[in-house]
Each structure stands twice: as C-alpha cells, then as structure tokens.
Design a binder for this molecule. Structure first.
Ligand SMILES: NC(=O)c1ccc[n+]([C@@H]2O[C@H](COP(=O)([O-])OP(=O)(O)OC[C@H]3O[C@@H](n4cnc5c(N)ncnc54)[C@H](O)[C@@H]3O)[C@@H](O)[C@H]2O)c1
Length: 318
C-alpha cells in the first residue's frame, strides 16, 4: 500500500478508515473518493478528496491514473434496507460499480479490498455458527449483489491475477458517522437514544440475534487483511469476521449497566425484520483467524462503555 483510494469515503466505514490510513501512510497518500454527499470539513481538510461515481468507469480510472493509486478500498455501495427500496440502483452500484473498480484495478495493477456482508446468507443457510463455505442463497437484492461481488472478486484474482481480498462484515457499530441504511442500524441508534432520551423503540423483535462488530475492529480487519501474507490466504473473497452475536435486549442489558433507567420498546418494521430473519444468528470466523490472524478487540461490554462515553463527550463538546 503506497497510494490508496478509498471509495465511499463519506460513509460509515470510509469516514473512519481514511483517518487511520492517513496516519499510517501519510495524508497525501490516501485519496478520499466521495459521491454526491458533501464531506465533513475535517475529512476535506485532512488530505486529497475527489468525487467519483463508481458506475461511471471513467471517473474511477481518472483518479487512479492521476494519483498513481496502487490499492483501492472499495466501500461505495447501497446497503440492505436502502437496497430493498431501490433494487435497480442497488444492483447497478454494487455490481456494475464493483465491476468498474475491478476493471480499473486490472488495467492499473491495483489491489482491491471489497467488503461483503452477512447479507450474502439466506434463509436456507445454517443459522448458528454459519461456516465460511456454505450455502449462499440470499433473498434480498443487497445479498444477491454481494454474492455476485464475492464471485466477481474471486474471478478477477483467478483469471487476471488481481490481488482481491474481502471480509463479510456483520452489523457495524460506531458513533462518528451515521449508518447508511442497513438492517443493523438499530444497534447504532440505540446508543444515541440511550444517552439523549434514556429510551429506544426498536424496529427488530426481541430475540433477533445478529452478529455485530465495533468500528475500530472493522477498520483493523480491513487493514490487517490487506497487509496479510498472500501465501497464507486460502480464501480471498470473503472471510467471515465477527466480534459478538447480539439481540436488541442483550444490547439494552449492556446499556442498563451504565444507564440503569434505560428503557427498550418495540415497534416492528416488517421489511427490516424479514431481512434480519433471513440472516444468521451467529457466524464462524475461524478461517479468518487461521489464515490471517483475525481477532476482535472489543466485546459487547467494552464496546458499550466506549460508545456511550464517546457519544457523551461529543454531545458535550457541541
Ligand atoms: N456498515 C455496515 O454495517 C456494513 C455491514 C456489512 C457490510 N458493509 C459493507 O461495507 C461497505 C461500506 O459500507 P458503509 O457502512 O460505509 O456504507 P454507507 O452507506 O455509510 O456508505 C456507502 C457510501 O457509498 C457511496 N456511494 C453510493 N453510490 C455510489 C456511487 N455510485 N459511486 C461511488 N460511491 C457511491 C455513498 O455516497 C456512501 O457514502 C459496503 O460495501 C457495505 O455493503 C457495511
């Protein structure tokens, strides 16, 4: 990694990955590539920023060529709940956009990191400790596009030798940038509501277990996988990674240890509940552990303390 481009730069993951990469590699070596949404002042002023549209290959190639990019973290995407509202857009951005990035990577000899998701699993997938290699028959357009993406990335590696790597992220919890329309967004909202109003109404049912991870671990996973010795990688796209399997009431119980008066209520959103019901309760990430030493640093309790503390600090400073 000498010169990196991060697409989806203004999104939940991009906005946190970029500062970490800039600290490691130097600000000028990391090109933040956003799409339409205006970036925060701190992102804009901390290094190079460009607008691209990954569905237009010329805009991707132009940045890679002009900045001599050798590594692409491709985070530009449409997420699960947003995808169900706009399936055509979801397919176009997630599949055509990725195809364009891979084509540019092939032509300009770049490595590519592309996150996949637990959304690539479907109702027929084993639900508990879902294996690395298993049945993937998702019934959301997001899942369909992400399975296609995993296969496309493997194909570009096998057929053209492009160094493609990826993880299947679970729901990601962070406090810096709001999530972008995923099914697990409740796990971010619950913390903000706990600090501000001491109560939260959840759109998923009690007992809906899903895997989750704190953002610092997600960032480490992306960087550690890209820095891993390729000869150790039997898989490439995409590794199961997880930190915890939680349901709304288990997060609420962890919050109550810090804010005892916190109250959790339910008002179910059928669209997001159906998506969550089609995903695993927990996934097995032993392949990532074995092949590139994956280990999460945070569990539910340590994450909850850190998120609540930081939300409070941010609100007070405003
Ligand atoms: N956040 C999660 O919980 C989670 C979980 C699993 C996988 N992922 C995956 O991680 C990646 C990043 O997710 P995120 O949470 O940061 O999403 P996000 O929605 O916060 O950010 C995605 C970004 O993509 C950009 N984008 C949309 N259309 C684009 C286009 N045509 N060209 C270029 N950029 C475009 C959007 O402007 C947005 O800023 C995605 O591939 C997503 O599927 C995220």
């Amino acid at each position: 990694m000498e010169k990196v481009m991060v697409t989806g730069a203004v999104g939940q993951i991009g906005s946190e990955l970029i500062p970490v990469l800039r600290k490691r590699l130097g600000a000028e070596k990391v090109i933040a590539a956003g799409h339409i949404k205006k970036p925060e002042k701190t992102l804009l002023e901390s290094g190079p920023f460009q607008f691209i549209d990954c569905t237009d290959i010329n805009t991707v190639a132009e940045v890679v060529r002009r900045h001599n990019v050798d590594t692409i973290y491709h985070l530009g995407a449409v997420l699960s709940a947003s995808g169900e509202k706009a399936p055509q857009l979801c397919w176009n951005v997630n599949v055509k956009g990725l195809y364009n990035v891979l084509e540019v990577a092939r032509q300009y000899h770049c490595s590519v990191f592309t996150p996949s998701s637990i959304g690539t699993f479907g109702p027929a997938t084993p639900k508990i400790k879902t294996p690395q290699d298993t049945l993937q028959r998702p019934d959301t357009i997001y899942g369909v596009s992400k399975v296609a993406g995993e296969l496309l990335c493997d194909y570009y590696h096998r057929r053209f030798g492009v160094d493609t790597r990826g993880v299947r992220y679970p729901g990601l919890i962070s406090y810096k940038t709001a999530p972008g329309g995923g099914t697990t967004d409740y796990a971010v909202e619950i913390y903000f509501e706990a600090v501000q109003h001491k109560k939260y109404t959840c759109y998923l049912k009690k007992g809906t277990f899903l895997d989750m991870m704190y953002m610092p671990d997600a960032i480490n996973a992306a960087i550690n996988l890209m820095e891993a010795d390729p000869s150790c990688l039997k898989h490439r796209n995409s590794f199961n990674v997880t930190a915890m399997s939680v349901a709304p009431e288990t997060i609420a119980a962890a919050i109550k240890k810090v804010i005892p008066e916190f109250e959790l209520n339910f008002e179910i959103d059928p669209l997001r509940q159906a998506i969550a019901d089609s995903w695993p309760d927990s996934i097995d990430d032993s392949a990532a552990q074995k092949e590139w030493g994956w280990r999460p640093g945070y569990d539910l309790e340590s994450m909850t303390k850190d998120v609540l503390k930081n939300i409070r600090v941010n609100l007070e400073s405003k």
